[in-house]
Structures are given as structure tokens and as C-alpha cells.
Design a protein around this ligand. Structure first.
Ligand code: UDP
Length: 332
């Protein structure tokens, strides 16, 4: 058993990670300032409530728990918000990561698994993306993640910090046991927003743009189940524990679905139509983000198993657990 720091451990992906770590016999310690995370999602180990830009608090946490490795999930991650408040993304994401890395090195902790994103690639129309595709982020979210990747490379060269960098495609779904799930407030991600519309919590789902150069005019994304995604992180931990070098891996299924196709699947899974409204493009959105890499399979042995239907079904079960079956007052 090893002590593992999970920054953002009270958040959507971080809480699923903690559950899997605990099940695999590790001791997860969640580091979270609870700005977007929820204390009730921290169920699988202790919570250190701190801000990653607070070097003293980090130093104390490292001294208290002596982690072997850090899984760094904590970040702001909304494309729409990043377009209007870029400073929030540069300050929180980049400064937080820098302070964290310096605290790690001070504590002689030299292994990290870092949550990056396919948003580092930007617009590459019609091209499937692999780890060597040129990076050209369209928004401060992707740009802040790219900056952290650069930071990890630099500290790798100077201080032997080793990192597995995972570029996530669109993470969806929930713990099939419905113990935890996605619960952003406000919610902006496609599948949970869609389910809120199905449940009557919203008047409708606004489709952000129908004039993209895709078969149905809506954006195409590669959706990966959160449980498949966190499973890759266990393999990342093994990679680092085996003394292997820093490496970047895409985490996607390689299959793209348009917003229109996701809506169709959601209607089939829930048995109810999704009320929709057609809106303008959302600034910062790329047309098509689909992983074209088999590196995670070839080198880590990672094969995502869940289908888009599985993701919607598990997210729907979690939605009902969180909100009940009733349709409360509308939130839009
Ligand atoms: N989307 C949409 N309506 C919404 C939320 C998202 O049409 O209310 C679209 C969005 O423009 C993108 C896709 O759904 O094409 C996935 O967006 P999401 O915010 O879930 O993830 P992102 O790709 O930004 O990480």
C-alpha cells in the first residue's frame, strides 16, 4: 500500500480515482480547496482542505502524509469560462501546478500523474489526434494545461521529476455503484446538462453551434467513461513505479460522436426525448476532437471498455440518485 496524493480529490474525476485507489489497496489523500469539489465526495481517505497556491499548507501536508506519488487533477476546466476569464485559468491552473511541483521536490517526491487534455491540440479538422500532433490550444484551459506539460518537462530535466501525462478526451459517466458522480455547479458539460433537460430541471439543452463542418453540423467529441479513465491512472502509477521515463498518453476511445448523436443515444437510454434549442457556436470549441492514438493500449495495456450508452446510463442513474425523480424548479 502506498500513500497517494490526489489533488482535486473532491471533484468529479478525482473522487472516482480515490475510490479505485482505495479498492486497489492504496491510501488516497484528497487535496482540495472545495472551490468546485464537494466534501461529501471524499469517502475513501482523508481530505486536506488547502489551496495549491498555498506553499506553506502544501509543505505541511507533505510532511504529514509523506506521499510516494501525486495524481494532479485539480484545475478549472470549462472552455466557455476560460474564454471570458482567462486569468482565472492561468493563475489557478499554472500557479497551482508550479507551487505543487516545488513542494513535491522539497519533500523529495518525484513522481506525478498529470491530467492534461485534448484541448491542447486545438483545431485539426478531420485529423485524428496522436501525441505528436502539433499543439495549438484555442482557449486558456488548453493553454494552461500545455504550459504545465512544458513545466513538467523542464523540471524533469533539472530535477529528475518523472511524469505520466494523460491527455483526456471527453470524460463522462459515473461510478456504476452510484456512490459518486459528476456534480458541477453550475453544470456545463454536455451529458449532465442533457440529463437535466430530460429530467425537466432545465427548459432545454442548448446545442452550441449547428454549422460546423461535420455530417450533422454539430461538434464531434470522443467520450470516455470515468471508470475506464481512472483505471488508466493505476497503469500510470505502475509505469512510474517501474522506473520508466516520462511519457504522454492520449486517453480516448478513438470513436467520435456528434452532439446530435449523443442526444439520440440519451433519448434511447432514458426513454424520453431531449428538449433542445439551437444556439450559436460556443467560443473556444474545436470542431472535432477524437483520439487517433493506440499508444496507451500498446504501452500501458489500457483498453477502454464502456460504450457511450454505458456512460449515459451510469450518468442517468447518478443523476436520479442526486436529484431524485422529481422535476424541481428550473435552473435556466
Ligand atoms: N455542448 C452543447 N451544449 C451544452 C454543453 C456542451 O452543445 O450545453 C457541446 C459543446 O459545444 C461541445 C460538446 O458539447 O461540442 C462537449 O462539450 P463539453 O462542455 O461537455 O466538453 P468540452 O468538449 O468543452 O471539454
Amino acid at each position: 500500500m502506498s500513500v497517494v496524493f490526489v489533488t482535486g480529490g473532491a471533484g468529479y474525476i478525482g473522487s472516482h480515482m480515490c475510490k479505485l485507489l482505495a479498492r486497489a489497496g492504496h491510501q488516497p489523500v484528497a487535496l482540495d480547496n472545495l472551490s468546485t469539489g464537494r466534501a461529501e465526495a471524499v469517502r475513501f481517505g482523508p481530505l486536506e482542505q488547502l489551496d495549491l497556491t498555498d506553499a506553506d499548507a502544501l509543505r505541511a501536508a507533505f510532511a504529514r502524509h509523506r506521499p510516494e506519488v501525486v495524481l494532479h487533477f485539480a484545475a478549472f476546466s470549462q472552455v466557455g469560462e476560460a474564454m471570458v476569464e482567462p486569468g482565472k485559468y492561468w493563475r489557478n491552473n499554472v500557479l497551482g501546478a508550479l507551487t505543487l511541483i516545488e513542494a513535491m521536490l522539497e519533500a523529495d517526491c518525484k513522481r506525478m500523474v498529470f491530467s492534461s487534455t485534448c484541448a491542447v491540440y486545438g483545431e485539426h479538422d478531420g485529423v485524428t489526434l496522436d501525441e505528436d500532433t502539433a499543439q495549438a490550444p484555442l482557449n486558456a484551459y488548453g493553454a494552461s494545461k500545455r504550459a504545465i506539460e512544458d513545466m513538467l518537462r523542464d523540471f524533469g530535466a533539472s530535477h529528475d521529476l518523472r511524469a505520466v501525462v494523460f491527455r483526456y478526451f471527453n470524460v463522462a459517466g459515473a461510478d456504476p455503484e452510484t456512490e459518486i458522480g459528476e456534480a458541477h455547479d453550475p453544470e456545463t458539460h454536455l451529458i449532465p446538462v442533457m440529463l437535466q433537460a430530460v429530467a425537466g430541471m432545465r427548459h432545454e439543452l442548448m446545442i452550441h453551434g449547428t454549422d460546423y463542418d461535420t455530417p450533422d453540423g454539430t461538434c464531434i467529441r470522443d467520450y470516455v467513461h470515468v471508470m475506464d479513465l481512472v483505471r488508466a491512472h493505476l497503469l500510470g502509477l505502475e509505469w512510474l513505479a517501474a522506473g520508466r521515463e516520462s511519457r504522454v498518453f492520449n486517453l480516448g476511445t478513438g470513436q467520435g460522436f456528434s452532439v446530435g448523436e449523443v442526444i439520440e443515444r440519451a433519448a434511447a437510454v432514458t426513454g424520453a426525448p431531449v428538449p433542445v434549442r439551437f444556439g450559436p457556436r460556443r467560443a473556444g470549441d474545436a470542431t472535432r476532437l477524437v483520439s487517433g492514438s493506440r499508444r496507451a493500449d500498446a504501452e500501458l495495456g489500457w483498453r477502454p471498455e464502456a460504450t457511450l450508452e454505458d456512460m449515459i446510463r451510469d450518468a442517468w442513474a447518478w443523476h436520479k440518485r442526486l436529484h431524485g425523480n422529481s422535476a424541481p424548479d428550473k435552473i435556466d
